[in-house]
Design a protein around this ligand. Structure first.
Ligand code: PEP
Ligand code: MN
Length: 377
């Protein structure tokens, strides 16, 4: 496969003086006043690129699907007024054409589009011979191959300035985040394509303002190259993704707290990344076991004592299965002990310093399993 050998690693187009790239702007361009007002406030916050969605790929019909082509001129005008280059999402070749006509500086391919190789190829074909930077979000599902494939398709069209954006993954496991970060996937992309800068989009990972600072911090500590954060001058009034957008003042605070402080390269980056992966596995395990217990309760409610096996037998089966599930996921250093627990609820992880104790309960109240994992300092 022939790929362009020269990849511009932000060298003179998006690098921030902290060494990290900062992109911000509203989820959607909504009006001339909204994008200009937001841009003016963000321009004071070290932002390098103003983002704003024009065509919004919404999961369900009926919600705000973007202002459409007329918003391109508002976006570009807001960029010109503030001296910021501007970026928007393209999902079909017609979007590419309209963006190029409106002189949009940077395009991005959204997560839903990256999931479809045919859609990505159509966009790549429409980019042939064009010198515009393209950012490629990870696909919705945790499939590194699709993400790499999208990067390859765009590079094969001759685009030299390609950036990957990590925005988390949709999985069947319920999580506190809207999309699970699954940090090992962007880090594996880095191993496989070290020449491609990778930004993190904490807004779409978190789905709420609450965790954006901590995800941003983690991304930078993990060695990603910058952040794309949704910011709206009146987040409460936003027509899409209101819960996850920061006001420009909140964004400025985040830049102050997180970005400047975390530019220090961590000596223990590899260890940190392994710990994050370990934590993600624990979270999945706890979530799955919680679901399992709740299903078991429903099964119990459907069965009478006469028709089913005895409580004691069910408890034993449950305890051994829990134990087997946990031992499969845990490293060899795990110590475990069988014990009797007083309550009948599933316990989560308890941390004391570096010690992590994972308490797992069988459904019946007579038998419990307690597993203790110690972490080295
Ligand atoms: C967006 O950036 O507004 C967006 C729709 O993102 P994603 O493709 O990551 O869902
Ligand atoms: Mn959004």
């Amino acid at each position: 496969m022939t790929l362009p050998t020269e990849i511009d690693k932000f060298s003179n187009w998006l690098i921030h003086r902290t060494g990290k790239c900062l992109i911000a702007g509203p989820c959607s361009v909504e009006s001339e006043e909204q994008i200009l007002g937001t841009a003016k406030e963000l321009a004071q916050c070290d932002v390098k690129l103003l983002r704003g969605g024009i065509w919004k790929p919404r999961t369900r019909p009926g919600s705000f699907e973007g202002i459409g082509e007329k918003g391109l001129n508002w976006l570009k005008a807001a960029g010109c007024a503030t001296g910021l280059p501007v970026a928007t999402e393209v999902a079909i070749p017609a979007h590419v054409e309209q963006c190029l006509k409106a002189k949009i500086d940077v395009l991005w391919i959204g997560a839903r589009t990256t999931t479809s190789p045919i859609a990505v190829q159509a966009i790549a074909d429409s980019l042939a011979g064009v010198d515009v930077p393209v950012m490629i979000k990870n696909p919705m599902n945790p499939d590194l191959g699709l993400w790499i494939g999208a990067v390859e398709r765009v590079r094969r069209a001759g685009i030299k300035r390609v950036v990957a954006v990590h925005r988390g993954f949709s999985t069947h496991i319920q999580h506190k985040y809207r999309n699970q970060p699954l940090w090992n996937i962007p880090l594996e992309l880095r191993n496989r394509m070290p020449e491609i800068p990778i930004l993190c989009d904490p807004s779409h990972i978190c789905g709420t303002q609450q965790y954006i600072a901590s995800i941003s911090q983690t991304a930078l500590e993990a060695g990603l190259d910058g952040l794309m954060i949704e910011s709206h001058w009146r987040p409460d009034l936003a027509m899409s993704d209101p819960g996850q957008q920061l006001s420009p003042a909140q964004f400025a605070e985040l830049v102050g707290q997180v970005v400047r402080n975390s530019v220090v390269v961590s000596k223990n980056r590899e260890l940190g990344n392994l710990r994050r992966e370990f934590d993600e596995i624990d979270q999945d395990l706890i979530s799955l076991l919680g679901r399992r217990v709740s299903i078991l309760r429903q099964i119990e409610a459907c069965r009478t004592e006469e028709s089913g096996i005895s409580h004691k037998t069910r408890a034993t089966i449950c305890a051994t299965r829990l134990m087997a599930a946990v031992l499969k996921q845990m490293p060899a250093t795990v110590n475990h002990e069988l014990g009797v627990c007083a309550s009948d609820c599933l316990q989560t992880e308890i941390r004391t310093g570096n010690a992590r104790k994972l308490m797992l309960r069988s459904e019946a109240n007579s038998i419990g399993v307690s597993i203790t994992a110690e972490r080295p300092a």
